[in-house]
Design a protein. Structure first.
Length: 137
């Protein structure tokens, strides 16, 4: 088996999260209200279950009705989303106002201003930004 990687073409890599939820349409509404997500694409079946492609300021993710693998059904999630924004405080407050639960209020540590919320569907979101080098003590 060869492990050589062709070098004639540049390699473009990305990772796009896919969140399993119970109540997909409500999740899309929440992410739109909490993070100003934009819905790029949606497929809906006859039962009203959805798969939706969303974007928050160019950071894409997917949401789908998969109740059996949602954190609500499993009793917790295993993936934490990190939403890096210019000003985390109003985004954090907006997420809470839209229905998130505060896991850790905004604080400054390890060169970040950051806080964590759990969305109504069981996913945890760290909302923050790196602090400028001259503000880190």
């Amino acid at each position: 088996m060869s492990t050589d990687v062709p070098t004639s073409e540049p390699l473009t890599t990305s990772i796009t999260p896919w969140l399993s939820v119970h109540r997909g349409a409500e999740a899309v509404d929440y992410y739109t209200a909490a993070f100003r997500a934009v819905e790029l694409h949606r497929v809906e079946n006859d039962a009203g279950e959805i798969v939706a492609h969303l974007s928050i300021g160019g950071a894409d993710f997917w949401v789908s009705d998969e109740a059996d693998s949602s954190p609500e059904v499993l009793g917790g999630g295993s993936v934490r989303m990190i939403l890096t924004v210019d000003d985390p405080d109003p985004v954090f407050e907006q997420a809470v106002a839209a229905g998130a639960t505060v896991v850790a209020p905004i604080y400054e540590e390890h060169g970040w201003r950051i806080g964590r919320v759990a969305d109504p569907f069981g996913h945890h979101w760290e909302i923050g930004k790196p602090r400028s080098p001259d503000s880190v003590s």
